[in-house]
Ligand binder design. Sequence first.
Ligand code: SF4
Ligand code: SF4
Length: 411
Amino acid sequence: MSEEEAYEFVKNTLKQERIVPYTQRELDIIHSVESCVNCGLCINYCPVVRAVGLDRFSGPRSIAVELSRSPPEFWASVDKIYLCTGCGTCREVCPRDVNIPEVVNLVRARLFAVRPDLVPSNLIKTSKIIATHNLAFEPWEDPEEKIDSRDMRLERLGIPFVEDPFVENAEVLFYPGCQAEERAQEVREAGKAVLSYFGVNYTLLREMSCCGLPARLIGDVKTAEHLADILTKKVKAAGVKSIVTTCAGCTSSLSQMSQDRKWGIPVYHMMEYLVEVIGIEKVREAVDIKPESEPSKITVHDPCHLIRHTSRQMEDYARELLTVFPIECVSSGVADSCCGGGGMVGYHSPDVANAVTQENVAGIEQSGAEQLLAPCPLCTAQIENALYRSGSDVDVVDFTVFIAQHLKPKE
Ligand code: SF4
Ligand code: SF4
């Protein structure tokens, strides 16, 4: 057999065995796994293990240890790999910096590319929606119904309507994300109301497109990269100096994208923008405070994508902003505990997602808070749903919506 024939033979054998060589980036992640010392610390902190037990989800250590072997073992991991919410708690506590959420993304990407028959069908369905519409949700069939839904939400929440600005040479791009664009429209509207109130020269994208995070979490790297290409073109064409989002996932995803694709501009969550750029004193002057109609006790949820994937400083920003209100900010003891909805677990296994949320529900209930603020529409929906089903009367409000609700009317 000639050298060329031998090469073809090996290549075809690898193809038949569905073995694909690692890229350098994948190798870096796998090397991080090899440093695992099997201490088990991550298991004690994993919210999914705590919620459903090791029989259902064998936990981060098993992902770290078992998946550091040979590619075929990836296929054996399929029962657990879609149950990780990507919260990053294991990475935060790991003494060896093993990057489990990235390992999970790597394995999901391999499964999607080589064994799509093993990917849960509802994730395949979602990936098709994303690839078709460039959004994580199917757009509304009737645009008039979408407007009616938006207006009802604004009226119920007392948020002023601001026309969509599509501005040339704007300083800031406001990027609401798919959830606020197609579902939690009050968050998109609240973001505009807040930025307009403070006189920010901002624009929206004429055509909103997904940042690619949901596709990446499903393992559909091709669609995720395509969406990142589209967004990069839009951001460069807009020529803005910064981006503001109202979603935790978008904040971490766009921050990473800005770094990887050299956008050269910062990405802020709205809370961060208010504290760092607008300034807390201006916020204090802007809010309309009616102590008699305010809930007296409020608690906060700190989304994983803000505190563990972006910066722990986000916790301080949320609490600093609340100092301008005449309320008591109480601790639930579980503010930084994963809501369960991340990592597409809410789509794939809602029973597991809801089991994880029970820890939040118990902490929020015992805190005595009348209201929970969450700076992310996904966490808001997940926790609100769980509290409602538990019979709780704690009100759940998105953080940006809360700020927009309290702005003084302008003369
Ligand atoms: S990222 Fe979160 S859910 Fe996933 S294994 Fe780590 S601690 Fe568990
Ligand atoms: S905490 Fe880190 S080193 Fe310890 S078992 Fe988990 S992944 Fe391995």
